[in-house]
Design a protein around this ligand. Sequence first.
Ligand code: ZN
Ligand code: ZN
Length: 318
Amino acid sequence: MFQMELEEIVTTRPSYKSKSPYKKRKADKIQTDSVVFLDLNCLFRPFGYVNPSLRHVWFVKDICGIVCAVFTWLLVLYAEYVVMFVMLIHESSNISSFLHGLLFNLFAFLAIASHLRAMLTDPGAVPKGNATTEGIKHLGLKKGEVVFKCPKCISIKPDRAHHCSVCQRCIRKMDHHCPWVNNCVGENNQKYFVLFTLYICLISIHALYLAVSHFVSCVGRDWKGCSGLSPPATTIFLIFLIFEGMLFGIFTGIMFATQMSAVCSDETGIEQLKKEERERRSRWLSMKAVFGHPFSIRWFSPFATPMFLGSEKIYYSV
Ligand SMILES: [Zn+2]
Ligand SMILES: [Zn+2]
């Protein structure tokens, strides 16, 4: 990032420009390859459902991120299998196992929904290559006013935006690029990321409690009617689940606490690292800015889109 006077930006040629048309095309290709926009209506069209908002869905083409995201779903699927088919289905108390199953499935569903929304929501990307002469003129800046320009994606950087090398563009209020959700965490999807860490932490603690109590109960009744599997197989399944629950419970718990602290202090992860000084909003205003509504049950729903989307569009949009 560099700072320059308006006159300088207007006259500066983007760094990737070359006299060779081939080189320019290659540079453009590299710049546009990182994100694709999917038409997810093809999944629902056979059922007669078409949603215009699913016509242009953000998706980052990063192999490492895709592997991590699929791995996340597999871990939830494993926990789901062990909780439902190794433990609860063999519990003696039907009401208790039904309630535990209901709670676990509800949080697992919300975790996956939050994950999908965090992954498939544009985190707040600034249009690439908008730092053109016309684009800057369009801002209507007065003489002497200063704007920021990203030399990597040739975009006009709004305040608090940072360049992501994986997404290959500047992201508004970028916190970090998370491979587990295969996306940047930024202004538009931080709510979904916070909910994802919360629900994964909750199902991890719940699975941990269920696995330990089931193991103790099995040992107490000498493995009689404990599960449909042999005692060694059941033990292995439970040990893996306990390990998974501990690991991800601690990891997502720390992540959730870090995110909430960042939200409350109105400071992104990058700003904390860079120790950037700026004016901050109050704790409550900052929370409302991320969750997008006055406090209600909608804060906890990955299906409730924050209201600021569409109203607080980018400041330097051209
Ligand atoms: Zn950039
Ligand atoms: Zn990114």
